[in-house]
Every structure is written in structure tokens, then in C-alpha cells.
Design a protein around this ligand. Sequence first.
Ligand code: ZN
Ligand code: MN
Length: 475
Amino acid sequence: MNFEMTVGLETHFELSTKSKIFCSCPNCFGGEANTKCCPVCLGLPGSLPVLNREVVEYAVKAGLALNCRVEEYSYMARKNYIYPDLPKAYQITQGDRPICHSGQLNLSDGSVIRINRLHIEEDAGKLIHKDGATFADYNRCGVPLVEIVTEPDFNSAEQVREYLEKLRLIMKTLGVSDCRMQEGSMRCDVNLSVKKREDKKPGEKIEIKNVNSFSFIAKAINYEYKRQCSLLERGERITAQTRRFNEATGETESMRDKEEGEDYRYFPEPDIPAVYISHEEIVKIKKTLPELPDAKYERYIEEYNLTADEAVQIIKYPAAVDYFERLIKLSGNAKLSAKLLVSNIFACVREELKRENGNFPNAEYIAEVVMLIERGKLKGGAVKTATQKITAENKPFKELFNITDFAGMSDEETAALADKAIAENQTAVRDYLAGKDRAIFAVVGKVMKESKGRADAEKVLEYVKKAINEVLRGK
Ligand code: ZN
Ligand code: MN
């Protein structure tokens, strides 16, 4: 049977504004429970919320970056529900008049993900379950959020993953959120449905809540797709449900059946006036937006002549982008800088990169290597040896090496090493003579290794070929 999956996403980002959304409490992660809240956070009677202007500006930045339409007037609303992490028994959010809507984000396969809306709202507190009891920590109450809702435009887990990676990169580039999934400052809910391709009616909607890593989201989607396909194949019905992903088993499990249209009794928030941002202010914010990843990608290829892969690899990590731009300034050679960064330095620091703090060697040291390569003083294996050591020890070239360490080998030295390698690798020589051309690289590789990268690979190849052919002629 032929099945079709559609997925839509709701992604929440905690904004990194200085203070919370409706009061002047500090907006920071963690801290001793209930030490970062006030009567407004706690929703005590008589307290009045005042909207933080910075939250509006951050939301507009994010909306513009996602090609949204930004409304000069939007409205806050109350979403009513009872849960112990929400002391007011309602969340202040936006209802039918969000600040941004109708945006889009493009994926590399050419598909366009439509952004239905981007709105601002407050976060709820946290429940801590321990020693058989449940405690409430209200520090997170009133932390500002943007929620970004897509249309059901995804057809695969890969598309979802790329969207989330791009979205996170945009938010980081804008500096509006630190996007840490482990700390909950980026959270994602997945809405998914599967139907037989020939069915006109869309499938029942399953929601998967708060999966906290990109690879778990992909796993949850793939698992859910397979589960629903096999139900449909057996002719069973799928019921609308909220499910959670079990990280240990890699499966999703039912949390609760969805009630028909949960009724949150949305109504306009009476304590907060309309959110207004003038056209002039929106234009001003637009002018201050940093270069976004897609534009950077185009520029790196056009202006610096990078390959698509080099551009993608660098742009993926904001720390690498800053580093790369510094390398260009110091060395004056973008292409070589990119090549060195992607093919050598990334291999040494990738883990730190993932931990987002960069941890690259001093850019001046690497710029110096770029200039040595440019002047033909460093080649082939020597480049790798030098960069690895400079990266590992974060010391300049001249403290670790003499340039003569990498001086090309004399012809005599090359010949001696090559003769030795030929003598010791007779199988490869016989294979080569039998017509397996590539066998010769086993011999060349041995010479390069023995010379610790000093030998010139082309010269070695030339010499080895000549030597072997002479043997052949001699016989
Ligand atoms: Zn407060
Ligand atoms: Mn929300």
C-alpha cells in the first residue's frame, strides 16, 4: 500500500531578553527555585503585567528573518487552562491577531515551508518530581517566548530536521535566543498524520510533545510513520492522540486521547493594551538585521569562490563564521582559509564546535599557515601536520617547527625512500605490473608516510613509476 505523511511543527524559543515579559525579574536559566519571581510572575491578585518592549523587537526581528508579514497592531490574549505550573490558571499569549504571520523558510530540496504565524507569549513554571512528591518552581514563569507555527508542509523526517537546523541557526544569528534544547530554550512539538495516498480525507492528527533533540525528533517521526502505516495496512483506525517519545526504546507511546477541540476560552487580555509597533520602527529593525545564513551562503560562493560544501560546513556554526571572517582579514585569502578550516581544523575541534564555544586556535597562527601555503612553503602532508599541531597546542608555527622541517626532500633522499618502499611492497609492485594502476599508490603512500609529509607526492609518483618500469625493462 502507498502512504503519505504530512507534518507540521510548533517550535518555541525562549528569548534572551534581559528581563521577563511582563515584569522586571531577571530572565536567566536555572537558579534556586522560586528566587527569580515577583507578584506578577506568580499571578498574585492585584498585580498588573506590563509588556517588555524588547520582547516585541525580538519577535519582529525573528518574523522579518522568516519573511513574515509584521502587523503594526497585534493583541495579547488569555488562554485558560489549569495546571500546577501555571499559577494564574491562564497563559498570556496571542490569539487570532499574532504579531507576525504568513512567512516562509526554504529547504535545500526546493520545497517551501510556509510559516503560519509567529507570536509572543509567556512561559510557564516547572514541576519537579522528587522523593515521591511534586514541587513547583516558578522561576520560569514569565520568561518570554516566541512560538513559530508552520503549515503541514513537511513530508519526511529529513525535511523536519533541516528546517529545525535552519531555524535554530537563524535565531542564533539574530541573537534572540540561545537555542539550547537541553535547557529547554528551544522546544518542538510535532503534528503528524498519515493517510493512504488515494484517500481524499486527511489522516487523524497525532501530536508528539517536547522531544528534546533533533535526532530524537527524526526517530520519533519515522517510528510514528511506520506505526501508523501498519495500522492502516491492517485496516485499523487511527485515533487523534497526544504521544510522547521514549528515548530508551526509540518508540512513541500514548499520553492521552485528544478531546474534540480543546477549549481554552481565548479572550482578549484586559490588562495589556494593543501591541503597537510603527512602520518606521519595523523598517529600522529590518535595517539592523545581521546577514542571514542563506544570504551568507550565496556570498561565500560568489565572493569567495567557496564550494557549496565548504560554505555549508562553515555557516552551520556561528563560531566558525566569526573565526573564518577573522582568518580572511588576517590572511587575505578566503579560499585557502576555508579549505584549511574545513578539511583540517574542523577535524580537530568538531566536538568543541558542537558545544558552541568555538575553541579554535588563535586565528593569527592559522592565518600564518595560510600565507605559508600561499607562498608554496607548505604543501600536502606538511599542511596537515602543521595545522594539527598548532590547533592541538595553540602555539604559533615558529614555536613548534622550523620551516626547514618542511623543506622539500632532496631527490637523493626521495629516491632512497622510494627504493626501500618498492623493495618492501612487492605485492603492490606485481599488481601494478599486472595492470592494476591504482596499486602504485600503496607504494607512494608508504614513501609519504616515511617522509612525514616532506616528500612531494607528485615527484614520488613519478620516481616510483620510473623505477618500476625500469625493473620491467631490465627483465
Ligand atoms: Zn516577576
Ligand atoms: Mn505556545
